[in-house]
Design a binder for this molecule. Structure first.
Ligand SMILES: Cc1cc2nc3c(=O)[nH]c(=O)nc-3n(C[C@H](O)[C@H](O)[C@H](O)COP(=O)(O)OP(=O)(O)OC[C@H]3O[C@@H](n4cnc5c(N)ncnc54)[C@H](O)[C@@H]3O)c2cc1C
Length: 481
């Protein structure tokens, strides 16, 4: 969209010349997130360093009816931080201060541009950590984690981002600065903090976050169990939880990804396995010992080929290095891939793993799996070569069928990455029209002018663009109108 010179001058007046990216090359950097299929170049990138500047920017955009696209580190996997209709992208990276560490109240207050891992590093020596740990935690921002309600390997035991956010400051689509929640957990009124977490920048921009800090556990044990089939490993996942053990993390990797990691990262996992489970237990030492034995017994009952406990911190770190660098290792397997993030109830893992093999065979595609098995949160990587148009088509079909199979098993279209542009069209699989319309009305409460991150999170109505509409009641066949 064309922005008037007067409007751009107003933005420059708020931020100064160093606060705007105007050049075509500069803006190109911001054309997509890590889902590079969806592209949209913003007309301007604004880089505020103070909350008052964010307020002023949004007010001007509101006056001129210009879309606002919040952006953290741009590691999203949903086509969220990209300018589908142009407009002003507001990058929060310069607002990257840890404002307060309050150990007596076990919380910290940070600006949105703080990188997830920085917070744990800032408190680790004092025996604390910030629990939500997306695999992107070295690079993704806490503002982005809040906006997408990020999960991670250790969220099985500790909960996802929303369970760790106590309070928020946001600038709404109207340019109001509001504070939600606070350090005290039980506050009167609506849980608006919970409503904003996961809203993907469609309500406004998060400019400050108060999060819980957790005390580091006394002991940590990492167990690796290998299995002759994905189905055996999937049964073991449910059996471990049913045996009363909640591991801090319970991850599964299949033979395809094991091959890629062993070749690309380090020879970490057993080559003969069809699947491995990476199980991390933490807590008081005696309890961790007992849980380790229980997990080993369950895995052996499910035909484990080998159950190995990491001997020391170095081996533990190596086992996790393979998992955390899996996404990079996939480059050895394929030129491109579609990454799915659907969920099934964990007891349905054996069914979906079988179904996935059938879908892969039907469409002649290679699917690699590395995922948060304890949460039933799948991350199949559907491989294709984009120089072969038919491969992309077949990968797309496999992707859609897999999503529908997860929903049919009682699952969800997304477990942690969020919706963005990518999954918006899929929400009607999971929600009734009335549910979606209610969400749409809620969005308008925070963003009456409809400028915040358009086209993301909710499906657009084909006739009127943004905004969902009730389906018309169908008339019986043969009715005269
Ligand atoms: C290798 C890799 C591994 C990953 N692993 C995981 C994982 O384990 N778990 C997981 O959940 N995700 C994972 N992700 C996805 C991604 O890292 C997360 O979604 C992360 O939370 C995004 O943070 P970001 O700062 O990069 O946000 P961005 O990508 O910049 O933005 C994400 C969304 O949030 C909005 N947004 C950003 N900042 C703000 C703000 N301050 N206020 C309002 N809205 C805002 C944007 O508009 C966009 O819609 C992974 C990504 C990669 C590349």
């Amino acid at each position: 969209m064309a922005l008037s010179d007067q409007f751009v001058d107003e933005l420059r007046g708020i931020l100064g010349p160093e606060g705007l990216v105007m050049s075509p090359e500069g803006r190109l950097v911001y054309e997509c997130d890590m889902h590079t299929y969806y592209k949209g170049i913003p007309d301007v990138v604004a880089l505020p360093s103070r909350t008052e500047q964010v307020v002023e920017l949004v007010r001007r955009c509101h006056q001129h009816g210009v879309p606002v696209i919040p952006r953290g580190a741009g590691t999203g996997l949903i086509g969220g931080a990209m300018a589908a209709r142009g407009g002003v992208m507001i990058g929060l990276n310069r607002m990257d201060a840890i404002l307060e560490i309050d150990l007596p109240n076990r919380c910290a207050t940070v600006q949105p541009g703080v990188i997830n891992l920085w917070l744990t590093r800032a408190v680790a020596e004092r025996g604390y950590f910030f629990a939500p740990d997306p695999s992107s935690q070295m690079v993704s921002s806490i503002g982005g984690n809040v906006a997408t309600n990020a999960g991670g390997a250790h969220c099985l035991k500790y909960g996802i981002t929303t369970n760790h956010v106590l309070g928020l400051e946001i600038v709404t689509g109207r340019g109001e600065l509001i504070r939600l929640g606070g350090k005290v957990a039980d506050r009167p009124g609506y849980d608006l903090t919970g409503v904003v977490v996961g809203s993907e920048g469609t309500f406004g921009l998060v400019t400050e976050v108060t999060v819980r800090l957790r005390h580091a556990p006394e002991a940590v044990k990492t167990v690796l169990a290998s299995f002759p089939s994905l189905v055996d490993a999937s049964h073991a996942v449910s059996d471990i939880i049913a045996a009363g053990v909640i591991p801090a993390a319970l991850e599964m990797l299949d033979a395809v990804i094991i091959r890629a990691i062993n070749a690309g990262v380090a020879p970490v996992y057993p080559t003969e396995a069809a699947a491995v489970l990476l199980i991390e237990l933490d807590g008081p030492r005696a309890e961790v010992e007992r849980q380790g034995e229980r997990c080993a017994t369950v895995c052996r009952e499910r035909r484990a080929l080998e159950v190995r406990v990491a001997r020391d911190e170095a081996e533990q770190a190596l086992l996790w290095k393979g998992r955390k660098e899996a996404a990079g290792a996939v480059g050895r397997l394929t030129a491109s891939y579609l990454l799915q993030d659907a969920v099934v109830p964990r007891s349905k893992l054996p069914d979906i793993m079988q179904e996935m093999q059938t879908i892969a065979a039907r469409h002649g595609v290679l699917i690699a799996n590395v995922f948060h098995a304890g949460d039933g949160n799948l991350h199949p990587l559907i491989c294709y070569d984009d120089r072969q148009p038919d491969e992309l088509r077949r990968a797309g079909l496999a992707n859609e069928e897999l999503l529908q199979a997860c929903i049919a098993l009682g699952g969800s279209v997304t477990g942690e990455h969020g919706v963005g542009v990518d999954k918006a069209k899929n929400l009607p699989l999971q929600f009734a029209d009335a549910d979606l319309n209610f969400m749409y009305r809620l969005r308008r409460v925070f963003d009456p002018p409809g400028i915040m991150n358009p086209d993301k999170l909710l499906p657009s109505h084909p006739a009127c663009g943004e905004g969902f509409r009730p389906s018309r009641p169908t008339l019986p066949a043969g009715t005269w109108i």
